[in-house]
Design a protein around this ligand. Structure first.
Ligand SMILES: [Zn+2]
Ligand SMILES: [Zn+2]
Length: 177
């Protein structure tokens, strides 16, 4: 990379991956942004504007900034909204769902940390979906999901500390087109 790093692993990895598979292939740059208000369904207006959703559940880790407590979770929800609008940059919005620290009672939501390999695999799968659903490419996105069968040993899921559980959407992988 030519030194133009955002400092965020999701944004940088997506920028790198989209170049070859989207930008150079279809002539339109795609960007990834965070949006912590994304819903897990589309409004009629969004659907008309051709927004699509991909929701998935992946393992990640958390570190409490208050007490330094560290934990792994096998169930972290990610929601992506993506859209290719006419004559505009392709847009991906990402909402990672947080969890609360069980050692603190400050009710602070902590954002998940994903390792580099995991971010790359998740975004590769997403880019396949973009190719398939925005450019009508014939791809088999499910068979490319390398993280799918990975077993991560974690403690039982603590629903009362999980933001996605509080929203009633935890562990529900889906695609809405
Ligand atoms: Zn804590
Ligand atoms: Zn949950």
């Amino acid at each position: 990379m030519a030194g133009k790093s955002s400092g965020n692993i999701w944004i940088d990895t997506f920028d790198r991956l989209q170049k070859k598979d989207l930008q150079e292939k279809y002539g339109r740059k795609w960007i990834l942004q965070f949006n912590y208000h994304l819903e897990n369904s589309l409004t009629e207006e969004q659907r008309q504007k051709k927004w699509k959703i991909s929701q998935t559940t992946k393992p990640a880790s958390f570190t409490c900034l208050n007490c330094s407590h560290f934990w792994n979770s096998g169930r972290v929800t990610l929601i992506f909204h993506y859209c290719l609008r006419k004559n505009k940059t392709g847009t991906v919005l990402l909402r990672p769902f947080s969890q609360m620290c069980r050692e603190c009672d400050n009710n602070n939501f902590i954002n998940p940390t994903f390792n580099v390999k995991s971010v790359k695999a998740i975004l590769e799968t997403l880019i396949l979906k973009i190719r398939k659903n925005c450019y009508q490419e014939k791809t088999d996105s499910d068979s490319q999901d390398k993280m799918h069968h990975k077993i991560v040993r974690t403690k039982p899921h603590e629903s009362d500390l999980c933001e996605a559980c509080m929203n009633g959407i935890c562990n529900k992988d889906q695609d809405e087109l």
